[in-house]
Design a binder for this molecule. Structure first.
Ligand SMILES: *Cc1c(COP(=O)(O)O)cnc(C)c1O
Length: 387
């Protein structure tokens, strides 16, 4: 088999568009020079559109978790009380960051595989008026669940002045994000998921309300000081050397979003989700999340009568197609399919047809053709939305 072909169907890092690859191979340039500041000035408006905000979107060199930590250290002082909504491993990570900084961390945990219920979160806040910040995960990548951020934000606002901070790492640019309209105070995302770039950049924006709290917050910070990043980004620069090559890729990716149209980008992700789910339903293999909670960027599957890990191994060996495993207590229970970023319905037809063979190889009794047919039918019924 081809030894350099890899089909990456994990929820990040994701494949990179060839034109972005080419953009990233330009000669290096100085980070204080005109090239870089002009590049940043071209990037800023596009990033704001993806976030759905008029506020500045800061560019941090670091992985997504650096962005999460940045959100924590800038807004909360040690000893303050916060609420973390945990629907899986990434909610858990937010809680761990808070605890690491000596923050009084309340946990509102939902069964993994389900979305958080805004009404229950609201009730929790009413019982704990001392909470000043609510942390939540938009797409919980570990379970393939999309939390209802718009509804959560409005439920929080009805009963509390707490800031609403959202980890959007695996779905901003893959699903509609309206930070300002939804009243979200901080959104964080990273480069290697729906932004279809290499790992290395995190993006973060803060509301006016959040800036007030950030400026009053005595918590020490240096590299992650948001105010320092804000003062620089408005001058088309960054406080420290950014990952310049990835910025060139980012410029190209933002152009691709504009060319396709952001609405179409989101519709394409939903269509890929529906195709994937239709195939597993046709094979009668359980999905972890129900249709209502399912994320457009990643699907988690919980097989009942074959081993998830064996299936992943077969897919890798037969087709060089990489799927992700589960995390924490779901480690061997589930596998996950990424369908985000540089990924099309045609790519999903490939993955689904290949998975059908993989299922036969692990001894799962499926009628060959049934899953791919279900996915094809979804495309035939709904594919015109992408035209
Ligand atoms: C990938 C991911 C992160 C960040 O992970 P890094 O490895 O630090 O880039 C954070 N939150 C969610 C929801 C993710 O999917």
């Amino acid at each position: 088999m081809l030894t350099d072909q890899q089909i990456l169907r994990i929820p990040g890092p994701t494949p990179i568009p060839p034109s972005a690859e080419r953009a990233m191979s330009q000669p290096m340039t100085g980070h204080r020079g005109k090239n870089t500041s002009e590049l940043i000035s071209r990037i800023r408006p596009g990033l704001k559109r993806v976030f759905g905000t008029q506020q500045e979107v800061m560019i941090l060199t670091g992985s997504g978790t650096a962005g999460l930590e940045m959100a924590v250290v800038n807004t909360v002082a040690p000893g303050e009380e916060v609420l973390v909504i945990v629907t899986g491993a990434f909610g858990d990570r937010f809680a761990k960051i808070c605890k690491a900084y000596g923050i009084e961390t309340h946990i509102f945990e939902e069964e993994w595989g389900k979305a958080a219920d805004p009404v229950e979160v609201q009730r929790y806040l009413q019982e704990h008026p001392e909470i000043t910040v609510v942390f939540s995960t938009f797409c919980e990548t570990s379970t393939g669940v999309l939390n209802p951020i718009k509804q959560l934000a409005s439920a929080v606002k009805e009963v509390s002045d707490a800031l609403i901070i959202v980890d959007g790492v695996s779905c901003v640019a893959g699903t509609e994000t309206e930070m300002d309209a939804w009243g979200v105070d901080i959104v964080v995302t990273g480069s290697q998921k729906a932004f279809m770039l290499p790992p290395g950049l995190a993006f973060i924006a803060a509301s006016k309300r959040a800036w007030k709290k950030i400026e009053a917050n005595p918590q020490p910070r240096f590299y992650l000081d948001l105010k320092k990043h804000l003062d620089n980004i408005v001058k088309d620069t960054t406080p420290f050397t950014p990952a310049i090559s990835i910025l060139y890729g980012l410029e190209r990716v933002l152009e691709l979003f504009e060319e396709e149209g952001l609405e179409k980008v989101y519709t394409r992700h939903r269509l890929m989700m529906k195709m994937t789910r239709a195939a597993f339903k046709a094979w009668e293999i359980p999905l972890l999340a129900n249709d209502e909670d399912a994320s457009p960027t990643v699907t988690a599957v919980k097989p009942a009568d074959f081993e998830a890990e064996e299936f992943r191994k077969v897919m890798k060996e037969e087709f060089a197609l990489e799927l992700a495993g589960g995390q924490q207590h779901l480690a061997k229970e589930i596998f996950r399919i990424g369908h985000m970023g540089y990924c099309s319905p045609a790519d999903m037809l490939q993955a689904i047809a290949a998975m059908e063979i993989g299922l036969v190889k692990v001894g799962k009794k499926v009628e060959v053709g049934k899953g791919i047919q279900a996915a094809q039918q979804v495309y035939l019924n709904e594919g015109k939305v992408l035209a």
